[in-house]
Design a protein around this ligand. Structure first.
Ligand SMILES: [Zn+2]
Length: 845
């Protein structure tokens, strides 16, 4: 569905109030941590020594964030006017009050040490060790402080605006390595214990403070950048080669980003440590990124898997996030939008412009899906319960796409000049969006307040339909740009500049390109030409953020697919041609499969023709399954799942499941299930018992089993959920269960019970159980979801649980017959649109 009757909801959950930062009474200048993690008891002994300076009022009471920390003592260190001594203190809920008597005078400093213990912390500090189900696990410990979990392992003012230098002393058993932020200044072993001391001089926020410890192996990469920064990665012993595949490009990335940003990598060293069971992909802790060990991969995975997006993202944060930090979470796109955009910038430097443009295109598509299915919100937004709620596709992908659009608006040279100014002027500071706007103004003279109002401070996007015609009598070519989203007094049409071009031949050579201003719901741009154009181009560089549907007609669409130099234009063209389905359209698509040089266009072509379910598409997809590029083969495999045809199943069985790539095999397994072929059950049950990298192939198999809509699938899916199966497979099995429950009525009650049990499982299984509960839509799961929504500490899970409960309740209010009617109406509308298009195409001269 794509109209306003869709499943979209308001972003803010009921009862949410706008969030504002706290007042500030002191400036925290330094935090020194002395910590001894104890893995056996899953606890930590700590001394947190803090230096604060009072602002312009005396400070008699200082309230810190501290959750479940048992504070035994707070000692004031000697100060000019005062002797050392104990300070009165009291823990109060999630706060620690410290009383200063006499008060710290305005402008005066105080240094005090808090002695505390953390026992089995509920968040922030995680202990990994062998279990009965997983005897292979290696003992280690790591922290995750973003957004507001530093307070679970040390007392602090836990808010991004507060930036301080830090130092850390970590005491671990001999043979254990420990990592913290900044330079390693000392390391000594005495009496079976090793003490690591780190110092981070450039101030940073508490959410970036890290500690990780375990029997890690250290691998040095080439020193990098202007300052010859030492670069390391840390992996558990035996994973060094996998680490090289994952992190091997890091030094080159540092050099690339320094060059683009005109600013040296800011810290003393750069380390990445790969830990088990990490709850994110990566976390950009200042100078010491934590990465998930799922990104370590073998040679087979390396065929069509790269850690570069993750590695470049976290590295980009060292500037955007760590050096320039969002003042308030509501502006967190200045962290995440930039890091997402810089992933594409690395791709551009490493693999070229097609990869860059396609990466941004995929970002836009990801955002559009969220906007269609979940909600729309301004990118800058302060209506949340937990900050993590806004860490969605609006923040990352739309944020990244806005920066790409800004690049188009300013042109390359001015864009990078503006970004350099922004970095230079705001290094070591806290930023809000206005700081970016001002830096652009300073560097280029351009006042972009209306641009930011439209794309950052306002939700939504334009839904564009683009067509082109040629009038041979008047010798005028006309491009029409329609905005299909609701436009009225409250929702003005989007205003933007866009380039269009007409070329006399099949390529862009000798094109006539013009820059047009669009501001109305229906715009036409006429261009007088000497002769009939063969190629029409819309928005080269794909800068305009929104959905773009081509209605060019077969000739222009075929010309675009085969001749437009821009990958995004070729994708838009193949989508139009797939819907068209006429002989000329099919010939153009077939020619593209012969000639196209960029895999992304063919992957999109496979997806687009797959949705037609037409016999001609089936033949092309069967052929595309043998394409040299595994990502094209993967897309073809996925698309073959649309066909309930033995030919599709045979191709998937004989070539898909035997492909060298884990991902092609996994996708083929899932698609094979969708074909409902009688041969699938045995093949997939066998495959579900395999053990491949990150559970990839077997995960595809269990999801494929669910798609068979066959009650027999329950047993192998449950078998794949056993605790010893590993997180990735258990997660896939959880999704598969929910799917099976919605396809096979007799399994439903058992599925409901299983999903409910999994709401108290390990992190990713819980997340998957919530998503599964929502898609199953069974009211019996609502009380459990609401309970989790209230109780769970993790903000992301709290949001998912609450949202799932609301959606299940609301969807239950719609009678099933109406739901079916809605789907039918949507399908009819789509069909009608296709027929209408056909008529229009035929009517054209
Ligand atoms: Zn990030």
């Amino acid at each position: 569905m794509n109209d306003d009757t869709s499943e979209r909801h308001a972003f803010a959950l009921p009862g949410t109030r706008p969030q504002y930062g706290p007042d500030k009474i002191v400036n925290v200048e330094h935090i020194d941590l002395h910590v001894t993690p104890d893995i056996d008891r899953e606890g930590l002994d700590g001394i947190c020594t803090m230096t604060v300076r009072a602002l312009d009022e005396p400070v008699a009471l200082l309230t810190l964030d501290a959750v479940d920390l048992a504070v035994s003592r707070v000692e004031l260190q000697a100060l000019d006017s005062k002797p050392a001594g104990s300070l009165r203190h009291a823990s109060r809920g999630e706060k620690l009050d410290i009383v200063f008597d006499p008060a710290i005078a305005p402008g005066e400093r105080a240094t005090f040490s808090i002695s505390y213990k953390a026992e089995k912390p509920r968040h922030g500090l995680f202990f990994i060790k062998p279990t009965a189900e997983h005897p292979e696990k290696v003992t280690h410990v790591w922290t995750q402080s973003q957004d507001e979990y530093a307070r679970y392992w040390f007392p602090c003012l836990d808010y991004p605006y507060e930036k301080q230098s830090t130092s850390a002393t970590i005491v671990v058993p001999e043979g254990t390595f420990a990592l913290a932020n900044g330079a390693l200044v000392d390391r000594k072993t005495e009496n079976g214990r090793t003490t690591f001391r780190y110092r981070q001089d450039i101030p940073h926020s508490t959410y970036l403070v890290t500690m990780a410890a375990g029997p890690f192996a250290e691998v040095a990469l080439p020193n990098a950048g202007r300052n010859g920064v030492p670069v390391f990665y840390y992996v558990l012993p035996g994973r060094e080669a996998d680490g090289e595949r994952a992190f091997g490009n890091t030094s080159r990335m540092i050099e690339c980003f320094e060059e683009r940003l005109g600013a040296a990598y800011p810290y003393a060293r750069y380390s990445q440590i790969a830990v088990a069971d990490f709850i994110f992909g990566g976390m950009e802790n200042t100078s010491a990124t934590t990465q998930t060990d799922r990104t370590l991969h073998d040679e087979t995975a390396h065929l069509d898997f790269s850690s570069d997006p993750l590695v470049s993202h976290e590295l980009a944060h060292q500037w955007f996030g760590d050096l320039l930090t969002c003042r308030d979470w509501s502006h967190a796109w200045l962290n995440e939008g930039f890091a997402t955009f810089m992933e594409a910038v690395w791709l551009e430097a490493d693999l070229g412009r097609d990869e860059y443009l396609y990466d941004i295109f995929v970002c836009v598509e990801a955002y559009l899906a969220e906007a269609a299915q979940r909600y729309r919100r301004p990118i800058v937004c302060n209506t949340y319960r937990d900050p993590i709620e806004i860490f969605d596709r609006h923040l990352y992908q739309k944020g990244g796409a806005v920066l790409h659009m800004l690049r188009g608006e300013l042109g390359d040279a001015r864009f990078w000049r503006a970004i350099r100014r922004y970095v230079e002027a705001n290094a070591q500071r806290s930023v809000e969006t206005i700081d970016l706007i001002r830096a652009i103004e300073d560097a280029t003279g351009r006042n972009l307040r209306s641009f930011f109002d439209q794309w950052v401070f306002r939700g939504g996007h334009p839904e564009l339909e683009v067509s082109a015609t040629w009038d041979p009598k008047r010798k005028v070519a006309t491009a029409t740009i329609d905005q299909k989203q609701p436009v009225d007094a409250q929702n003005r049409a989007y205003a933007f500049d866009v380039e269009i071009a007409f070329a006399p031949g099949p390529s862009a050579e000798k094109e006539r390109r013009i820059r047009a201003h669009v501001e109305r719901a229906h715009e036409t741009i006429s261009v007088p030409l000497d002769s009939e154009p063969k190629l029409f181009r819309f928005d080269p560089g794909a800068f305009v953020l929104g959905s773009v549907t081509y209605r060019l007609g077969t000739d222009f669409a075929a010309a675009a697919l085969l001749g437009d130099p821009d990958v995004v234009a070729r994708i838009r063209a193949v989508r139009e041609l797939a819907k068209d389905g006429g002989l000329a359209a099919r010939e153009a698509i077939a020619a593209a499969f012969e000639r196209e040089t960029f895999w992304g266009v063919l992957a999109e072509a496979a997806a687009a023709i797959g949705t037609t379910r037409a016999p001609w598409a089936l033949d092309m997809l069967v052929a595309a399954l043998s394409h040299d590029h595994p990502k094209v083969a993967r897309a073809a495999a996925a698309a073959l799942g649309n066909f309930h045809d033995p030919k599709a199943a045979t191709a998937l069985l004989e070539r898909g499941l035997r492909h060298a790539s884990y991902f092609v095999r996994a996708t083929a397994a899932m698609a094979l299930g969708k074909t409902r072929d009688p041969r699938a059950f045995d093949a997939l049950s066998r495959l579900a018992g395999e053990r491949t990298w990150n559970g990839t192939v077997e995960s595809g198999a269990v999801r494929g089993l669910a798609e068979l809509a066959d009650g027999r699938a329950l047993e192998p899916i449950l078998a794949a959920s056993r605790p010893e199966c590993g997180t990735a497979l258990r997660r896939a099995a959880t999704a598969a269960l929910a799917r099976l429950g919605s396809l096979v009525e007799e399994t439903r009650t058992q599925v409901v019970d299983e999903l409910e049990r999994r709401l108290d499982d390990e992190y990713f299984v819980v997340a998957e159980a919530m998503a599964g509960a929502e898609s199953l839509g069974d009211l019996r799961l609502v009380p459990a979801l609401e309970r989790v929504g209230r109780q769970v500490v993790d903000g992301r899970l709290r949001r998912e649980a609450t949202e799932a409960a609301i959606r299940i309740r609301e969807s239950a209010k719609i009678p099933p017959a109406v739901k079916m009617m809605r789907d039918d109406i949507d399908e009819l509308r789509e069909e009608q649109r296709r027929i209408q298009e056909k008529i229009e195409t035929l009517a054209r001269p």
